[in-house]
Design a protein around this ligand. Sequence first.
Ligand SMILES: NC(=O)c1ccc[n+]([C@@H]2O[C@H](COP(=O)([O-])OP(=O)(O)OC[C@H]3O[C@@H](n4cnc5c(N)ncnc54)[C@H](OP(=O)(O)O)[C@@H]3O)[C@@H](O)[C@H]2O)c1
Length: 183
Amino acid sequence: MHLKLNLIAAASENMGIGINGKLPWRLKSEMAYFTRLTTETKDQKKKNVVLMGRVTWECIPKRYRPLKDRINIVLTTKNLDYGDEAIVCNGLSQALDLISKGPLKDQVESIWVIGGSSVYKASMESPHFSRLYLTRIKKYFECDAFFPPLLDNLKLINDPAVPTEVQKENDIQFQYEVYEKEE
Ligand SMILES: NC(=O)c1ccc[n+]([C@@H]2O[C@H](COP(=O)([O-])OP(=O)(O)OC[C@H]3O[C@@H](n4cnc5c(N)ncnc54)[C@H](OP(=O)(O)O)[C@@H]3O)[C@@H](O)[C@H]2O)c1
C-alpha cells in the first residue's frame, strides 16, 4: 500500500487537545465524526489503522478500547504488551514498516494518526504526511496537551466526507477543517 498519514485532531482556540489525560470537552457529534472517518473503508475486506501514543491509548476508557473495527497501533519506548488489543511499536518507522511490509500489508486501507502531541508532530514532519483533519473548537479551554504548530505550507481543501458548515453542541461552536501540504 502507498503509505499516507492522515492526522485527525480536535483543538481549542488556544490549540489545546487535552487536560489531565482527558478531552477538555464532551461533544458527541464530534466523537461520532471521528469514529466515522477513522472507521469507514471503501474496501469492506480492509480496515484502517489508528496510530497513537501510549498516553492517548491509556486515555481511552477501557470499555471503548481497542477502538473497534480498526487496527490499533500504540507507540511507546517501554516494553509493553497489550495482547490482542493493540500492536505495540517503538516508533513511527517501525509502525510504517509493519503496515507496508509486515503481515498487515494487504489488510490496511488508511492510516489515521489520532494523537497526542509528539505523535502528531512526528507525523506532520514525516514525508508520508498527507492530510490533517482538524476540528476547530471555537472556545478557550485550559489544557496541558497541545497540537503542535501547523506547518507553513498547508492549504485548506474540501473533502466531500466533511461537513463545511459551523457545528454547534452544548453551546460550543466548532468547525471541521481539512488541510493538505501545498506542492
Ligand atoms: N483533542 C484531540 O484530538 C486529542 C487526540 C489525542 C489525545 N488527546 C489528549 O491528549 C492527551 C494525551 O496526549 P499526549 O501528547 O500527552 O501523549 P501521547 O502522544 O498520546 O503519548 C506520549 C507517549 O507516547 C509514546 N510515544 C510518542 N511518540 C513516540 C515515538 N516516536 N516513539 C516511541 N514512543 C512514542 C511515549 O510513550 P512512553 O512514555 O511509553 O515511551 C510518550 O510518552 C490526553 O489528554 C488526551 O485526551 C486529544
